[in-house]
Ligand binder design. Structure first.
Ligand code: PLP
Length: 224
């Protein structure tokens, strides 16, 4: 089990480097965010031992239960929140995560700003864009994204590092990656979090600076 995971981890790491080079970028230009949601500490530990340091989780409570103990052994871990954030969890998220990728509305921006001041902690921040304008999906509408990034700076004192998107499940993701890249350029941002297990190599071709890969490393998730 753990051998399979390590083998897939090496394959994904290699494919990321190859895709970056194929796109004319440095082999190490793209950060792998290993998405460990639903997997327990015993499953994650071998990947840490293999050298991976950047991990993504989509729930504050789950991350809080798993990561403080792992971090005692691996203090240089970078933990990223990639799931929707409720404003009443903003304090916990600011305390736990090094990067919050899902800033997507005024209220969250305000709460994160308040908590950063209160806790004197400054996680790096991404604005999530709902590139497919899907009603059930989190993220700011593409037409409002650039103004929202500007308001995060001017009204909430937040420095935004980049944009993040999750393209619609059954569409060619290419146009969504291209749209995110265009919006980031307009907003003056250089970091793009895009690409998952099924499309991370494509995303790298469109300029992804980080890819969020779960099942291609850890295998299928069991939500039972
Ligand atoms: C679960 C998740 C991923 C990883 O998905 P895989 O298809 O398993 O690689 C990436 N991004 C977000 C926001 C997720 O919730």
């Amino acid at each position: 089990m753990s051998d399979d995971i390590l083998e897939r981890y090496q394959q994904v790491s290699q494919a990321i480097r190859a895709a970056a080079e194929a796109a004319g970028r440095a082999a190490d230009a793209v950060t792998l965010v290993a998405v460990s949601k639903t997997h327990d500490a015993d499953t994650i530990r071998p990947v840490l031992e293999a050298g991976q340091r950047v991990f993504g989780e989509n729930k504050v409570q789950e991350a809080k239960a798993k990561w403080p103990a792992l971090r005692e052994d691996f203090p240089d871990v970078e933990l990223r929140l990639i799931g929707p954030l409720q404003s009443n969890k903003a304090g916990e998220a600011v305390a736990l995560f090094d990067v919050i990728e899902t800033v997507d509305r005024e209220k969250i921006a305000r709460e994160i700003g308040k908590e950063m001041a209160k806790q004197d902690r400054r996680p790096r921040l991404y604005v999530q864009v709902n590139t497919g304008e899907e009603p059930q999906k989190a993220g700011i509408a593409p037409g409002e994204a650039v103004a929202f990034v500007e308001r995060c700076r001017s009204e909430h004192g937040l420095s935004i590092e980049g944009l993040m998107c999750i393209p619609p499940a059954n569409e060619n993701p290419g146009p969504h990656f291209a749209l995110l890249e265009k919006l980031a350029k307009e907003a003056g941002l250089s970091h793009l979090s895009m690409g998952m297990s099924g499309d991370y190599e494509a995303a790298i071709g469109f300029g992804a600076t980080s890819v969020r890969v779960g099942s291609a490393i850890f295998g299928a998730r069991d939500y039972g």
